[in-house]
Design a protein around this ligand. Structure first.
Ligand code: SF4
Length: 447
């Protein structure tokens, strides 16, 4: 045995995919994964460095690993700013940047040389349940949003070849994944950096472009969910696939604001008028489309008028899922230099007002589902006999609502069921299980 490595994974789904890759590499070289600090010969902490609270959480996690184990290698987004880590925790063994799998392995090798003849496992490590997986199609970002330092941390966009992505999706579905979440910093810009070059998938040449990629994914028969999609004109072509039930009728579109003035200061395009026009066009093609978005309130220079425009937009757009964040400075972001930084009370007050507006919209939308039959993928068992907890097609894991179902106790985690909705609040639905949905992927199942 090559040694035991402890692992702490923090951050967004993109960081989770990096963790899976590092763990897979460790296992393929014969290392085992320690279940706790005591049994680990070394601990790897994969950090997040996006916003101030995430930096704090990462620094605290490093501190805990040092206290509990003592030998710590740091990687991930915050690893791109090693001085911040060393300043707080000078005793870490090494710091590597995001997605630097080779760098992590190099430092692990120094401390725990690999066996010449290891007992290896080539099975990819997944940190999500077997029935759903994240599929990262590109790293980095070419945009320059003034509040964000992701392009500094993760670099410019580097897309994977379509064939590479599709073979990974095929393996995931063959291994039991029923739902695939497509992620990137900007999924809609996929392939731009490699000039949409073609690559082979099952004797076909597929372009590295979101439309052909997703069209192929849709043919595999799993639930395909798209995240971090910007409302560019080519996204219209995806909506008919949703109307035909080939893709989940779900789009995660981070709009961040609706006032053109604030969006300009954020260095992002559009405004309420163009957002509304696009949403209306999408809904005409696919009325059941669930749109999720995130917004920042209290951005520097945001006036009461700008904020009012955002509330009016939300009332008119009637988005299905909304996340809101109070603006907070990110060290190194251009927006830190902008005039008109809002006091905390104003940010807090606007955050509450926005959430109150959205809650009544979400409640009405959820209550309109009472009496309907919906499909639900099961993530967990509930506390009551026969109770299960899952998600509808309109709910992504971790960020959206849940569906509580009651049945005869035969439903298992990973099943897809039909449920009649009995009650609803602003976030969750509850109902009775009325049947199973057969699982018939078009890939050869190895599960
Ligand atoms: S699109 Fe903007 S917010 Fe998103 S990662 Fe790129 S720069 Fe950051």
């Amino acid at each position: 045995m090559s040694g035991k490595v402890g692992f702490v994974s923090l951050g967004c789904p993109k960081a989770l995919v990096d963790s899976e890759r590092i763990l897979t590499q460790l296992r393929s070289e014969g290392y085992s994964i320690a279940p706790n600090y005591d049994q680990a010969d070394v601990v790897v902490v994969n950090t997040c460095g996006f916003i101030t609270p995430a930096v704090e959480e990462s620094l605290n996690a490093i501190g805990e690993a040092l206290e509990e184990n003592g030998k710590v290698i740091v990687t991930g987004c915050l690893g791109e700013r090693p001085e911040e880590i060393i300043k707080r925790h000078p005793s870490v063994l090494a710091v590597t940047g995001q997605a630097d799998i080779a760098g992590v392995m190099e430092h692990v090798h120094k401390l725990l040389p690999p066996d010449d003849n290891p007992f290896t496992s080539l099975t990819p490590v997944k940190l999500t349940p077997r029935h759903y997986s994240y599929l990262k199609i590109a790293e980095g970002c070419n945009h320059k949003c003034s509040f964000c330092i992701i392009p500094q941390l993760r670099g410019l966009q580097v897309s994977r070849d379509a064939g590479d992505v599709l073979y990974e999706a095929y393996r995931l579905i063959a291994g039991g994944s029923k739902e695939i979440m497509v992620i990137a910093q900007d999924s809609s810009a996929y392939g731009v950096d490699i000039r949409h070059r073609e690559s082979e998938f099952q004797d076909k040449q597929i372009k590295a472009h979101l439309i052909p990629l997703v069209t192929e994914l849709a043919d595999m028969g799993a639930w395909i969910r798209l995240h971090y999609v910007y409302p560019y004109p080519h996204i219209h072509k995806l909506i008919p696939l949703m109307a035909q039930s080939k893709l989940l009728p779900y789009l995660d579109v981070p709009l961040q604001h609706a006032s053109p003035r604030v969006l300009k200061a954020m260095r992002r395009p559009g405004g309420a008028e163009s957002h509304l026009k696009t949403i209306q066009q999408w809904r005409e093609i696919c009325p059941e489309l669930a749109i999720r978005s995130t917004f920042i309130v209290g951005f520097p220079g945001e006036t009461e008028e700008d904020f009012g425009l955002l509330l009016d937009f939300l009332k008119e757009a009637k988005l299905d899922r909304v996340g809101a964040f109070s603006y907070s400075e990110v060290p190194g972001a251009a927006a830190n230099m902008l005039a008109g930084q809002a006091p905390e009370e104003i940010k807090q007050e606007r955050h509450e007002r926005l959430m109150a507006v959205q809650q009544s919209i979400s409640l009405a939308k959820n209550q309109a589902k009472i009496g309907c039959e919906i499909e639900v993928i099961i993530d967990d068992y509930g506390e009551l006999p026969g109770e299960v907890i899952g998600r509808s097609k309109a709910d992504a894991p971790e960020i959206d609502g849940k569906v509580y179902g009651t049945g005869d106790g035969t439903v298992k985690i990973g099943d897809i069921i039909r449920l009649r909705v009995n009650s609803a609040d602003a976030y969750d639905l509850e109902g009775k299980i009325v049947g199973q949905v057969p699982w018939r992927p078009s890939v050869l199942s190895l599960a």
